[in-house]
Design a protein around this ligand. Structure first.
Ligand code: IPE
Ligand code: IPE
Ligand code: MG
Length: 246
């Protein structure tokens, strides 16, 4: 029986976040350049997005490029940016066919101009789609996001728009770039690494974490379904006792 068939469709996470890791190692295993791994990673993205839409997951957020990734060799960064432009361009068709709305978080203005414009165009084109919201984290780091939110809160408090007493979790969340998304219930990281790497630190506070040794270019929808199935077997206690949850 496949994991797709085992899934309880009434107990799906509303939001799944993924750290797509292992492209470089996948390419190395095959004696190829790292960029070859990134290119094949796009196929994994397509299948995962279609799989999420197929079963009815409403939000999928993919870590595509971190703030720290800017420090990689220039050749790799340039290739990744070019791949991003061509993929967004090509994949918009798939997004339209699957009724997927594109969204992006991160320091988007730091992206090369062409990339930024391509991204905005795809976001505008898919803005009326409603089956799944696909968020790409690009030039994203969670500490950057939290600092940004803090700066805006300070500015609004100074100008009198916001009172210090009104700052609570809900208010703080409204200043994050994920303000229109629920917190992810499930976070998946591929490639056997067991860390968060500056991803959604606030939003993952109570997420279930799932790690797989599969390298990202090999990841397919059935791997997503396996992770969701694993999530469905867990008891989420949020600080309570098992008995309290019943
Ligand atoms: C993930 O794969 C993609 C990005 C970070 C852009 P990596 O490029 O990190 O691949 P590994 O971890 O070196 O194998
Ligand atoms: C995290 O992967 C960022 C993305 C997947 C885009 P990295 O490969 O950059 O993370 P570290 O360096 O192994 O922590
Ligand atoms: Mg990596």
């Amino acid at each position: 029986m496949s994991f797709r068939e085992k899934l309880n469709l009434d107990k799906l996470p509303e939001h799944v976040a993924i750290i797509m890791d292992g492209n470089g190692r996948w390419a190395k295993e095959k004696g190829k350049m790292r960029v070859f791994g990134h290119k094949n990673g796009v196929l994994a993205v397509r299948d995962t997005v279609e799989g999420a839409a197929e079963v009815g997951i409403k939000n999928l957020t993919l870590y595509a490029f971190s703030t720290e990734n800017w420090n990689r060799p220039k050749l790799e960064v340039t290739a990744l940016m070019e791949l991003l432009v061509s993929s967004i361009n090509k994949e918009t068709k798939t997004l339209m066919e699957n009724n997927v709305k594109l969204n992006a978080i991160g320091d988007l203005e730091s992206l090369p101009k062409r990339c930024y414009h391509e991204l905005l165009e795809a976001i505008a084109k898919t803005s009326n789609n409603s089956r799944l919201t696909l968020t790409l984290a690009l030039s994203y780091s969670s500490r950057w996001e939290i600092l940004n939110a803090t700066k805006k809160i300070v500015a609004d408090t100074t100008s009198g728009k916001l009172k210090a007493d009104d700052i609570n979790e809900k208010m703080f969340e409204s200043y994050l770039s994920t303000h229109n998304l629920p917190d992810p219930e499930l976070m998946i990281r591929t490639s056997g690494e067991h860390r968060i790497s500056n991803y959604l630190l606030w939003q993952l506070a109570y997420a279930e974490l799932y790690f797989t040794s599969t390298l990202w270019p090999d990841f397919r929808r059935e791997d997503l379904f396996k992770a969701v199935y694993d999530y469905q077997q867990r008891e989420r206690r949020f600080g309570l006792t098992s008995e309290q949850i019943g």
